[in-house]
Write a protein that binds this ligand. Structure first.
Ligand code: ZN
Length: 176
């Protein structure tokens, strides 16, 4: 494993469409391993292959919620609902953090590193990260998703509190 250079926002490659992965081979696995190492070295929560100058539809995510790394190959969002606001940054755009508008819940279909197909429903911050990284595979940056009328910090914190409370309530309902 090795870290790779992360391309920065001026690099035109970030605006390119990545290509569908058809070979789930050792070259792909090496790329995914290097992407993970690069993401952890830069203390990011996600990284797309295009950010290390590889135009493959491949993404790694680790939002430090105990699940560990998730690898999304050829990810496609097939359903989205709701709205959430989040302060986002990007390893390709260091030092810049702005509020974006994202769906609250999404369904994503993707392959894993062995080509096995998965369908997953995610919400909250994981949904934000998946959207951010999947955008990268389509040449879209979080700067294209900014909320033109951002909330102040207290409003954002209040919304986050509400989301956590709703999530806890849903989890409680599913138990009973
Ligand atoms: Zn990014």
């Amino acid at each position: 494993m090795a870290t790779r250079n992360v391309v920065k926002k001026e690099d035109p490659i970030l605006r390119k469409q990545s290509r569908v992965v058809t070979k789930f081979d050792e070259r792909l696995w090496e790329l995914l391993d290097d992407m993970a190492e690069t993401m952890y070295a830069d203390e990011g929560v996600g990284l797309a292959a295009v950010q290390v100058a590889s135009l493959k539809r491949a993404v790694v995510v680790d939002i430090q919620d105990g699940r560990g790394i998730t690898e999304l190959i050829n990810p496609v969002i097939t359903h989205e609902e709701g709205t959430q606001y989040e302060i986002e940054g990007c390893l390709s755009i260091p030092g810049e953090y702005y509020e974006t508008i994202r769906p609250e819940r999404i369904t994503v279909e993707y392959d894993d590193r062995h080509g096995q197909h998965h369908v997953e429903d995610v919400e909250g911050f994981r949904a934000v990260c998946y959207c951010h990284e999947i955008d990268h595979t389509n040449g879209i940056l979080f700067l294209d998703r900014l909320n033109p009328d951002p909330h102040d910090r207290e409003e954002l914190e209040e919304m986050a509190r509400k989301r956590r409370a709703e999530k806890a309530e849903r989890a409680e309902r599913m138990k009973s």
